[in-house]
Ligand binder design. Structure first.
Ligand SMILES: *Cc1c(COP(=O)(O)O)cnc(C)c1O
Length: 385
């Protein structure tokens, strides 16, 4: 039986033609395709500025720097995420800490966040930046987080890597954050091979991020401090990196946006089909809410039996033996050895740890057929009985 991955890209003939056209053009990088992709992606999410970079990890780094992360600042994120959501703070020399999840949404819990902020205010160690993660593509409780940000004075950096095309309170995801970040890795909703983007409505933040993306160098005379030696002049005004996306990648991304509605409809239909077919099994299914629409990046079930932990392992092995690429998202970040070294330990964030022990990501991707999905459902039903 053929292998069914938990996720995979969907590349159309139009996508291939778009990439080939760039290969025949004068610009492989720093040409017209990157601004075009930024324009399309930011208008899709109704943001004023889009700054495309090499990947979402770089996007989180650039966004943290633009928001002022550095020694003396503490950054909070969710333990139920990919390590990049936390590493970005450490790249800047900031201190990292976590806020436990809500077991229903699997996103940062507003009640835990509120409690932790009250404590931090008393102790004088409030965070400068909070990084909520739209886990699996399901938007966070951003209205509540925004109210807390206004009250306690922290910035919101939304890690929306999973949530391309998701919506919240009738608007595209990310609108209430200071900066939102998306990933274009092939397992995500749309791909550029490797790629990421920072969205913001704030002109100053956008300008800072553009500088940091490209060596901290400006060619804009109005942004320079010294004398112009001549028209060839450029100035490095801050320390930046080479985090630029190529035109080859941007062309793929622009073409992927054109095919997004069709792919999103397939993901959504498959997710609804899972919801219906799995309803009778001893599983906890992904949250649904009338005020937001998930991008359905991952379909995560929790094995909800008495011995859920050992049963999860059994189900995992059983599905893998049937060539079904189940996976686990995520090992709580604070339990990674490199985080335990910073002082974090098991028991620090019990909801994330409990969730992790029972979670299983089952296949969901835009090219998945109903026959493939039936194979997953049947194998899962057998493994649970
Ligand atoms: C994939 C992912 C990232 C990193 O994305 P890259 O583009 O691979 O660097 C960051 N955060 C989350 C939540 C992710 O899933």
């Amino acid at each position: 039986m053929t292998f069914i991955p938990y996720s995979c890209q969907d590349i159309s003939e139009e996508d291939i033609d778009a990439v080939v056209a760039v290969l025949r053009s004068p610009f492989l990088t720093q040409g017209p395709m990157v601004p075009e992709f930024e324009e399309r992606f930011s208008s899709m999410h109704r943001a004023r500025h889009g700054i495309a970079v090499t990947n979402a990890t770089a996007a989180l780094h650039v966004a943290c720097l633009a928001l002022g992360a550095g020694p003396g600042m503490t950054v909070w994120t969710s333990p139920n995420s990919f390590v990049a959501s936390a590493n970005c703070a450490r790249y800047c020399g900031a201190k990292i800490d976590f806020v436990d999840i809500d077991p229903v949404t699997r996103n940062m819990s507003v009640s835990h966040l509120t409690e932790k902020l009250e404590k931090a205010e008393k102790n004088g160690n409030l965070p400068g930046i909070v990084i909520p993660v739209d886990f699996s593509g399901f938007p966070c409780d951003m209205q509540e987080i925004r109210a807390l940000a206004n009250q306690y004075g922290f910035k919101i950096l939304s890690d929306s890597s999973h949530a391309v095309g998701a919506s919240y309170l009738g608007e595209p995801v990310g609108r209430m954050a200071d900066i939102s970040v998306f990933s274009f890795h092939p397992v995500k909703i749309i791909t550029t091979g490797e790629g990421g983007i920072c969205l913001t409505d704030n002109e100053m933040l956008a300008e800072k991020m553009r500088l940091i993306r490209s060596h901290g160098i400006t060619r804009d005379p109005s942004a320079m401090s010294g004398e112009l030696d001549g028209p060839w002049c450029y100035e490095q005004v801050t320390l930046g990196f080479n985090y630029r996306l190529t035109d080859i990648q941007a062309a793929l991304g622009t073409s992927q946006i054109a095919g997004h509605d069709r792919r999103a409809a397939t993901r959504s239909a498959l997710a609804t089909r899972y919801d219906r077919r799995l309803a009778g099994l001893p599983l906890k299914l992904p949250a649904r809410s009338g005020d937001r629409a998930s991008a359905h990046h991952l379909y995560v079930i929790e094995v909800d039996t008495v011995r859920g932990e050992s049963k999860r392992l059994e189900v995992f092995e059983s599905l893998r033996s049937e060539n079904i690429g189940v996976n686990v998202h995520y090992i709580p970040i604070h339990l990674q050895p490199d985080y335990r070294r910073l002082g974090f330990a098991a028991g620090d964030f019990p909801a994330s740890e409990r969730y992790y022990k029972r979670a299983l990501s089952i296949p969901l991707f835009a090219t998945m057929s109903e026959d493939q999905q039936d194979r997953v459902i049947e194998a899962l039903t057998r493994a649970l009985n």
